[in-house]
Structure formats: structure tokens, C-alpha cells
Design a protein around this ligand. Structure first.
Ligand code: COA
Length: 252
């Protein structure tokens, strides 16, 4: 599919969000393509590192809001949940290049990447509450761990965005570069990783994550159940309706 580009060069697999006209918002089909690519890469000996990237101007506007309005997609086997399980358990190094807005899952998927290179235009936000939803991707656990409770509460309860400088200070991203350089830097770092012994990389990542693996899986399942319930409630449906209305009105 062209909304997700998948390219393999040597031992590096690059997954590119390529729906720029819709701000790289992620549809069911896009989640499924990314989940399939990660699941295959996890056990493919020819792939050592995965790079995740968007566009220089936009990483991702999060879940496609039109899809959120479709309750038939609301099951534990939603491709979005499949993608989150795949990225959160991916055993090999994951490198991300992030420029422009990274909204909702656009931010929370990065909690599961090992090296994150951000353009100085990157803006992170998790406006779940503003949409009548709750955190996903284990962000209700990982955000307080990373940021401290006070800053996580501003980000998750108020839905306040934070910029690349703050993300760097938190240790959430690895480096800030001009937007035009983020993708190239991610590729260079991925190639450095790919040249190292894969069993050592896998074991080191596993050991670094060991303290949180079980908690992340359990929290993700609990968040998923709450998220699915809240999706159907009036607050969420009204927020999605308002977004769709604003965009259809602004076009007419
Ligand atoms: N789902 C579906 N479509 C989306 C979308 C989303 N999450 N985010 C943006 N789009 C679409 C818009 O409907 C618009 O489509 P149109 O041109 O057919 O009307 C197009 O992308 C451009 O969006 P626009 O809002 O005009 O761009 P912007 O540069 O002014 O703002 C964002 C960019 C990312 C700040 C803004 O689009 C936004 O806030 N999006 C929603 C984010 C969100 O709440 N995501 C869910 C998180 S859980």
C-alpha cells in the first residue's frame, strides 16, 4: 500500500508514513501494514534494524478520526492494538526520525523506539482526554516514568503539547537536528547498529527493557479495554463529530 512505504536496504527496513495530505493520520489498513512489517521483521534474519519515519513537516496526526467513528473496528484485535503489541515487543533496535507534529499514537509509539531523532520543528502531544479517550501504548505508565508525574499530568490530563527541547531534556528523544537532516541521521545510526552483532543488540535491548516488559503488556491490555469503551461514549463521538464537521465546513 502506498500510505505506508516499506523499503529494505541491506539489513535496515524503513517504514515510512506516507499520507501527508491527511497529515499522516493512521488508518486501519496502515496499522495492519505496519504490524505485518514489524512482525515479519522480528524473525527475519536478514533484517537487523527498523527505521520508522514520517515527512519533514509532519510525523503523524495520530489515529484517523474517521476510523475512530466506526464502532465495528472496536475489538481487541483492532490492527492498532496489533501494531502496538508488535512495536512494544519488537526485539531488535528501532530508530525513529520525527519532524513536525506527532499527535496521540504519533507520540506514544515513540516510547517504544530505542533511538529517536527529532527535527527542531517536532511537537509532541497526547490529547486523549480532550477527545474523550484515555492513554494507549502503555503511555499511562511510560509517560510518568519518563517525565515525572507532574509533567506527565500536564501532557496526559491537560493534553498540553511539548516541544523537541523538552523531549530531549526528558531523555525521550536522542538528539535534535534540522528537519531536513533527521531522516539521514536515523539511517546513518541504523546502519551503525546493523553492523554490530545482532545477538548482542537483542540481548542488550531485552535487558534494558526487562524491568518494564510485563508491566507494559499488562497496562496496554487494560488501556485497550478502557479506550474501546470510551470510544463509544458520547464525549468521544462528539469530539470526533466536531473534528469532521470543522474539516468538512472549512472545505465548503
Ligand atoms: N484523522 C483524519 N484526518 C485528519 C487527521 C486525523 N487525525 N488529522 C488531520 N487530518 C486531515 C484533515 O481532515 C485535513 O483533511 P482535508 O484537507 O481533507 O480537510 C488534512 O488532514 C489537513 O489537516 P489540517 O488540520 O487542516 O492541518 P493543520 O496543518 O492545520 O493541522 C494537525 C495539523 C496535525 C495539528 C491537525 O490536523 C490535528 O490536530 N489533527 C487531529 C489530531 C488528533 O486529534 N488526532 C487524534 C489523536 S488521538
Amino acid at each position: 500500500m502506498t500510505d505506508i512505504l516499506i523499503d529494505r536496504s541491506d539489513a535496515v527496513l524503513t517504514i515510512t508514513l506516507n499520507r501527508v495530505e491527511k497529515k499522516n493520520s493512521i488508518t486501519v489498513a496502515m496499522y495492519a501494514a505496519m504490524a505485518d512489517a514489524l512482525t515479519a521483521a522480528a524473525t527475519d534474519d536478514a533484517i537487523r534494524v527498523v527505521v520508522l519515519q514520517g515527512h519533514e513537516t509532519i510525523f503523524s496526526a495520530g489515529n484517523d478520526i474517521g476510523d475512530f467513528m466506526n464502532p465495528s473496528l472496536d475489538t481487541a484485535e483492532r490492527p492498532a492494538f496489533r501494531f502496538l503489541r508488535a512495536i512494544s515487543t519488537f526485539p531488535k533496535p528501532l530508530v525513529a526520525a520525527v519532524c513536525g507534529p506527532a499527535v496521540g499514537i504519533g507520540t506514544t509509539m515513540l516510547f517504544h523506539c530505542d533511538l529517536v531523532y527529532a527535527g527542531d520543528n517536532a511537537a509532541f502531544s497526547m490529547p486523549f482526554v480532550n477527545l474523550g479517550l484515555c492513554p494507549e501504548a502503555a503511555s499511562s505508565y511510560l509517560a510518568p516514568q519518563l517525565m515525572g508525574y507532574g509533567r506527565a499530568a500536564e501532557a496526559l490530563l491537560l493534553g498540553e503539547p511539548f516541544l523537541a527541547e523538552t523531549a530531549l531534556e526528558m531523555g525521550f528523544i536522542s538528539r535534535i537536528v534540522p528537519p531536513g537532516e533527521a531522516a539521514a541521521l536515523a539511517q546513518r545510526q541504523a546502519r551503525k547498529l546493523a553492523a554490530k552483532p545482532l545477538p548482542s543488540l537483542i540481548e542488550t535491548k531485552r535487558l534494558m527493557k526487562k524491568g518494564q516488559t510485563a508491566i507494559v503488556a499488562e497496562r496496554m491490555a487494560e488501556e485497550g479495554a478502557s479506550f474501546s469503551r470510551l470510544l463509544r461514549e458520547p464525549a468521544a463521538q462528539a469530539a470526533f463529530g466536531a473534528f469532521m464537521h470543522k474539516h468538512s465546513v472549512s472545505k465548503s
